[in-house]
Design a protein around this ligand. Structure first.
Ligand code: SF4
Length: 541
């Protein structure tokens, strides 16, 4: 601040993560976007939540405090699927747990309220976004009200926050109300008359039937309608995220990130080490899998950066003397969703473009994606471009010329192994996950190994699988083990135990034992010992 001649900041961002100036870190992105718009921004990373002074080190901001837990929900970061305390935290220097409080957004907000009572608080990031309305909390094993109320924030930004945070800053500069900004939730006494009314928060907390009704309506309407829910004599006003196009996305990723962690850190930030040489190509996911937060956070519509913007970022990477020549990923939620688009101009009411069957309007673009990877690999100093984020393999095989695309991928852009996520083999469990494969796993595995043999490579497939999801009974886990061994030829270790993440469809299935969309009853294993046994099926030799 002294070097820049600033005696005051406009915005102070507080995060539970280390500060890493890379576009994959939400706070870095928000800071750079605000800076570009002319605001003076400071960041307090990993404040000591027991010491109010830790949020005063940069003084008092002119406009607002922006608070986030960081790139991950603090409860997910703190506890395993079996509620054991984790010892690691890959988002802090040295990777050891202990720098981030539980329920970080609420803790940091309380801290700020203690010392700067009248400064507006804006909350955002995955923890706030996925707790924006009434939700099931696995760690308390109960429903919790919106985090807007528990944190006493002035406004919550949900989803990817670049546009909303600029609008919030602009309105606070002009001393205008924050109500109705696209991509936000806030408490109000005067909701718009034409907003869709959800069942009240109190009714959802006391009646499972009302909770199921709430979730169904919220899930279907959240991206296209203004929603309102009464709560404690006020109303929560939920507005859909603003539409964003490729040009805007390019403009965010073109900002002057240094791609370095803060120079004061003496130890590496493990999560940064993982993605240092990776590039985000798109946002959004067309799948709508029920256990995943992405659809609710980023939306179902895929927005892709232009090739030009991505290749410019590759060139920037190449200019770094420490760059090894290996780009470890050009991808997003699923790498091969780059460039996917919707051919319909009408309003879409489907929750997934792939479930229960692929929508006829979905326009796949595997060739464009592979052309991009090839173009990146041709840039001087780049030795190899591989896909680290995993692919939606059934989508690739569904495409015209899918087999040839797979051969191109395997020949040029796989580094030893390729990650895929069939998640399960039981049709009953896959139905609960909303992840019915659109082409066979077995067919893909054979095609992959044929392609590897043709390319003269010895490669591996790493299948990600999940235990304990609603619908999963012990017998289905045993069946899956046999099936996976038959298809892949080995028993993989990448089995993840299901965690009911707040506000996901699966979390409501887990809590209620019903699917809010179909109304069907669902088997749920909640007993912790039996969950451990289910998970152990794959590790029992
Ligand atoms: S119309 Fe089809 S492809 Fe387009 S968004 Fe809806 S489900 Fe997806």
């Amino acid at each position: 601040m002294c070097e820049r001649g600033w005696d005051e900041l406009d915005v102070i961002l507080i995060t539970g993560d280390a500060y890493v100036d890379h576009p994959s870190f939400g706070v870095a992105m928000m800071g750079r976007v605000l800076e570009k718009a002319g605001y003076r921004v400071g960041v307090i990373a990993m404040p000591n939540w027991r010491d109010p002074e830790s949020v005063s080190v940069l003084g008092r901001p002119r406009l607002f405090f922006g608070i986030t837990s960081g790139n991950v929900d603090s409860m997910v970061m703190r506890f395993t699927a079996f509620k054991k305390v984790r010892n690691d935290d890959p988002y802090v220097p040295g990777g050891k747990a202990g720098h981030r409080p539980e329920r970080a957004v609420i803790q940091y907000s309380n801290l700020v309220k203690k010392v700067h009572k009248d400064v507006p608080i804006v909350i955002g990031g995955i923890e706030a976004s996925m707790r924006r309305m009434v939700h099931y909390d696995f760690w308390n094993n109960r429903l919790r009200r919106s985090i807007v109320e528990d944190s006493r924030a002035d406004v919550l930004i949900h989803g990817m926050g670049e546009m909303p945070i600029l609008e919030v800053a602009g309105r606070l500069s002009r001393k205008q109300s924050l109500e109705g900004i696209p991509g936000t939730v806030m408490a109000t006494r005067n909701p718009p008359g034409d907003a869709f009314q959800l069942p009240s928060e109190e009714n959802c907390m006391s009646s499972q039937g009302e909770l199921l009704d709430f979730y169904r309506e919220f899930y279907r309407r959240q991206h296209r309608q203004v929603l309102v829910q009464s709560s404690g004599g006020r109303y929560l006003l939920h507005t859909p995220s603003p539409a964003i196009d490729s040009l805007s996305l390019d403009s965010f990723y073109d900002l002057p990130f240094t791609r370095r962690s803060h120079p004061s850190y003496t130890e590496e930030v493990p999560a940064f080490a993982m993605i240092r040489n990776s590039i985000v190509s798109h946002r959004g996911c067309v799948s709508g899998c029920s256990f995943c937060s992405l659809g609710l956070h980023q939306g179902k519509g895929v927005v892709s950066r232009s090739e030009n913007s991505i290749l410019k970022e590759v060139e920037k990477l190449c200019a770094d003397p420490r760059f090894s020549g290996h780009i470890t990923d050009i991808g997003g939620p699923s790498a091969n969703m780059y460039g996917i688009s919707c051919g319909s101009s009408g309003e879409c009411v489907r929750e997934s473009c792939l479930h229960p069957d692929p929508c006829a309007n979905l326009q796949l673009s595997g060739k464009r994606w592979l052309d991009l990877l090839d173009a990146a690999a041709r840039i001087a100093r780049v030795k190899h471009v591989t896909v680290g984020s995993g692919i939606r393999f059934d989508l690739l095989m569904k495409e015209d010329g899918g087999r040839q695309l797979l051969e191109r991928l395997v020949k040029n852009h796989v580094s030893g192994q390729l990650k895929i996520a069939p998640e399960h083999t039981s049709p009953e469990v896959l139905a609960c996950m909303r992840k019915k494969p659109i082409s066979s796993t077995e067919h893909f595995v054979k095609a992959f190994f044929d392609a590897a043999a043709k390319a003269g490579k010895k490669y591996y497939l790493v299948p990600y699988l999940m235990s304990c999801h609603p619908g999963s009974e012990m017998r289905y886990m045993r069946e899956m083990k046999g099936e996976v061994k038959r298809i892949f030829g080995f028993i993989p270790q990448q089995v993840q135990a299901f965690i009911p993440l707040p506000m996901t469809l699966s979390s409501i299935q887990y809590y209620t034992g019903s699917d809010p969309i179909t109304g069907e009853k669902v088997f749920v294993e909640r007993d912790m010992k039996k969950r451990v046994m289910q998970h152990g099926v794959f590790f029992d030799r």
